[in-house]
Design a protein around this ligand. Structure first.
Ligand code: TXA
Ligand code: MG
Length: 310
């Protein structure tokens, strides 16, 4: 039996499976199994009333988890799934409080990583409907973008029946765009690789921009935080870690952690650069934020939170 098939069976039996996605690694449990989902919260040290994203094998499962789905949400699903996009929809009776954090909505995503899809398809063949999975890090910490980082974060708390699937580096490197689809127009709750322009072009609608009252844990002030202090847009001093675009030189004595050549590469390397700073026990990381639109907006969002200035 392949590892992935064995992991799907473990999910069905109520165990945890950490798995690669194209955004970041997730820590999954059967989204219909309350005691399995409870294990996610204790492994992460996460408050139990935070809603989880349910990962599904295909958009065919939308109607199992959600109801009154607006046409624009179906357009988005058709255009960008599998992919780095989570849709928040009015929940069906199948989406219980232990997954939705007691909210009337449910978050759904079809991830694009081949191992994630293989896992979800095998799980669906076993009669499963969806895998609830937050990012596979301890609460408030940096999301893992490789299996070794999952082992560092959660290796000690996972049991012998749980799995960590290795799918290499997560290609995108930052979490999915979360889109609230519970009103007449879409609203971005967390920016990501699926940008405002992409949402508007798929739906023909202008985004809702008024304040939302939905709770998104990624929008807590301190999140995505390494142990080292993150300081934005200042001159780095000797002994500091440093992240900036490749055209910026490294001052003498400064420890360069990443030199991305473009915005996609910036998102891809950011979290492993933050982790590298902690591995080197650095006190401080100076990061020069990328300018521009598109995924730069999502990168700046995570940097503000990592620096606790957000
Ligand atoms: O890329 C991603 O989205 C990754 C991979 C593993 O899929 N997952 C991820 O999960 O980032 P997590 O739990 O770390 O962040 C999910 C966010 C949380 O901030 C949560 O509050 C929000 O999604 N969320 C989930 N369901 C929601 C709902 N019904 N209403 C509002 N926000 C919701
Ligand atoms: Mg997270």
């Amino acid at each position: 039996m392949s590892q992935v098939i064995a992991a799907a069976a473990a999910l069905k039996a109520g165990h945890l499976v950490a798995f690669p996605t194209e955004t970041v690694y997730g820590l999954g449990a059967n989204a219909e199994d309350e005691s399995a989902v409870a294990k996610i919260y204790s492994a992460k040290g996460r408050p139990a009333d935070h809603p989880l994203i349910v990962h599904i094998a295909s958009e065919k499962l939308l109607n199992f988890w959600a109801q009154s789905i607006p046409d624009y949400a179906l357009e988005l699903a058709k255009r960008y799934w599998p992919g780095p996009m989570t849709l928040i929809l009015k929940r069906s009776d199948s989406a219980k409080n232990f997954v939705t954090g007691g909210q009337d909505s449910v978050g759904l995503r079809v991830p694009a990583h081949p191992i994630a899809l293989e896992l979800l398809e095998a799980f669906t063949e076993l009669g499963g409907k969806g895998v609830a999975a937050p990012s596979a890090n301890r609460f408030g910490k940096v999301s893992p973008t490789k299996a070794s980082a999952v082992r560092e974060e959660l290796g000690e708390v996972l049991g012998s029946n749980d799995f960590i699937l290795d799918g290499g580096d997560s290609e995108v490197g930052i979490e999915s765009t979360i889109i609230d689809c519970t009103s007449s127009a879409p609203r971005i709750l967390r920016p990501g690789a699926i940008t405002k322009e992409m949402i508007e072009s798929a739906t023909g609608l202008e985004l809702e921009t008024s304040e939302s009252n939905m709770r998104v844990s990624g929008s807590l002030e301190s999140h995505y935080s390494p142990t080292a202090a993150v300081v934005l847009d200042v001159e780095p001093a000797s002994g500091d870690g440093f992240v900036a675009m490749s055209n910026v030189e490294t001052p003498v004595g400064v420890i360069r952690l990443a030199s991305p050549k473009n915005l996609e590469e910036y998102a891809h390397v950011l979290y492993s650069a933050l982790r590298a700073a902690d591995e080197k026990s650095l006190q401080r990381i100076v990061i020069w934020q990328p300018t521009g639109d598109g995924i730069a907006i999502a990168i700046r969002d995570r940097l503000l939170r990592a620096s606790n200035e957000g």
